[in-house]
Design a protein around this ligand. Sequence first.
Ligand SMILES: [Zn+2]
Length: 353
Amino acid sequence: MGSTTPSILSRFTGRARASAPPKRHADPPRPQLEGTFVPRTWLPDGKSCAIVFTIDDVHPGTSKDAYEAGGDLEKGALRHLAWLLERHPELHATLFVTPDWRQISPFPTRRLLAKLPVVGQRLPLTPMLAEGTMALDRHPAFVQYLRSLPRTDFAPHGLHHVSVGPRIGTEFQEQSREECKRIVEKAMAIFARAGLPCRAGHQAPLWHLTPSFVEACKDLGLTWLGGGRDLFTPPSDTAEAAMNGPRGVSMMHPTLVAGGRVVVLTTNFQATSDVDRAFAILDQGGVLAIKGHIIKRVGPYVALDGLDEVYRAYLDALLRLVKERYGNRVLFTTMHGVAEHVLGASARQKESA
Ligand SMILES: [Zn+2]
């Protein structure tokens, strides 16, 4: 596995003892976005920095399915989130929920097919769940459990979390703006049918925000997007996210894209990041955007940022240190909360200009 790990494989370590690890496919080129960094001016009075906590890949899969992804409710991985929310009454969470999850394997398993030059790009290279199997509206107990979590927002994470070709989970790749729009609309319609509140945002699978996808989200009136991931670039006002996801966005400040109408926020912290990185971001007035993945294990692999006892204990300690150091100056919020502040400040600035 590479050290700058833009694919889903980056989240997994540990090899199967008996079999060779699946082969990682080259990552897609990083799309370029045009945007404006918005450092600090958007923060409400008295706040000098902010924290958001987001969790990806949430869907009704149980420990009897390919992945436990929240479907075991209070007995599964979501119990770690519930534990953190109980211990930290100021903490908010944003869950990125896939409305109709179809992914079974994050790696191509049809290896011969994968070798064929054109066909291998156009066909599914691994079996997928039948459409509707994991649709949220078919799992009312799961939706009810999600709704019972305090201070938790929800937004879609793709529609099916699958693609044809070798990049299994990268759902938005070559689709046109209209096609992206239809996919995002379908995702939100499933939220509505299931009765799960849906914030006006979206997190594209594998952080892959193409310009068509961004424009489609703007067309639909979405106000924010989960952007890329950067776990290594030293935090600064001018530093761009340089790891996964789009180019041209800040690694720690909100970035306004799509003509100033959509806020993009980059993940910059996970289980493997050290406390100094968190302090460097917060000291400079950035948004500490902590990522967790709900799926801890996929076959022989273990997700580094998968929620478990160890990661939650680390976050518990981190949040205590942050509160000691910054007191009331840190704004605990959600992705939606950041977008509301940023767009509000931007509108006020235009009025007074
Ligand atoms: Zn995902």
